[in-house]
Design a protein. Structure first.
Length: 202
């Protein structure tokens, strides 16, 4: 993320006891458990390392009024600033918690590049979840294999056509509890919720 003028602020000063984790022969690190959305911190030996969620929230403060992303909506470009982007990420994170996502669980994201795709990705990381992207060109069988292997309780899909892939394989997805559709898409199914209904869970 690009730098811009502004004060650097800590994401959180509230931390719980550390857990030691190993990633192979050469990497041992301390992971501070979160006391709130996005407050993870990694310590490699004596060197402090910032996580993606930590940098994301920090950027929302440091570059609050600067453009974060652009969307082409109804014939024109819509700009979202960093402050709004960070708040959107927090909303998704809180909604995931409300739906029961636990630390270390996976979510899947099925669709093309959109703001919702990135927000689902960042939102999952903010609460210690693991996002797994699925190509929009995958077949229903391929989608089901990834969702099943990930044991994902929540899947985000771009539209009705992508949701149909999930529905056709739903009997083989015992861990799946919720499917969230991107903005502008909706289906009449108890498994599904619109983007707006999902965010209202926060």
């Amino acid at each position: 993320m690009g730098a811009c003028a502004g004060p650097r602020e800590r994401v959180s000063d509230c931390v719980a006891p550390q857990k030691r984790t190993s990633l192979g022969r050469f990497i041992d690190f301390e992971l501070t458990e979160p006391c709130g959305v996005g407050s993870f911190h990694i310590q490699f030996g004596g060197m402090s390392m910032k996580t993606i969620p930590e940098r994301f929230l920090e950027q929302g403060t440091r570059c609050a009024g600067s453009p974060a992303y652009h969307e082409y909506v109804q014939g024109s470009w819509k700009v979202t600033d960093w402050e709004t982007y960070a708040e959107q990420g927090r909303t998704v994170a809180k909604a995931l918690i409300a739906l029961g996502l636990e630390h270390g669980q996976r979510i899947c994201i099925l669709g093309q590049n959109t703001a919702e795709w990135v927000l689902a990705d960042v939102g999952a990381m903010l609460v210690g979840g693991v996002p797994a992207g699925i190509y929009s060109t995958c077949s229903p069988e391929e989608v089901a294999y990834i969702v099943r292997h990930a044991e994902a309780p929540i899947v985000f899909v771009q539209n009705e056509a992508q949701f149909a892939k999930i529905v056709s394989e739903r009997e083989s997805l015992p861990d799946l509890k919720h499917v969230v559709l991107f903005r502008g898409a909706s289906v009449d199914d108890d498994l599904a919720m619109t983007w707006e209904a999902f965010c209202a869970q926060a």
